[in-house]
Design a binder for this molecule. Structure first.
Ligand code: SF4
Length: 86
């Protein structure tokens, strides 16, 4: 049986980043926002007090993954910093 590596903490940072990039690349283009919108979303995360080590403290997502998806929104309880795209 192939190990699917549920324990990401066993990966070093480079492996983890590579895993996340591969995941992003595997998503359908129609499920992703444009590069411009992606960068805009990430710039808002970068300025957010809830971002730590690439993770959003409210949802626990890696924001580089969450922000690429059209159907995702920012989960900030005091108001979304970026919105889902229809
Ligand atoms: S609360 Fe929103 S803006 Fe802040 S890190 Fe999470 S997803 Fe990004």
């Amino acid at each position: 049986m192939t190990c699917k590596r549920c324990k990401l903490f066993e990966q070093d940072k480079e492996q983890l980043l590579s895993t996340l990039k591969s995941y992003i690349e595997s998503l359908s283009e129609e499920d992703k926002v444009s590069q411009e919108l992606y960068e805009e979303r990430l710039s808002r995360c970068e300025c957010c007090e809830s971002l730590g080590n690439g993770l959003c403290k409210f949802c626990g997502c890696f924001v580089i993954v969450r922000a690429i998806k059209k159907k995702m929104n920012c989960p900030h309880p005091r108001g979304e910093r970026w919105h889902k795209q229809d």
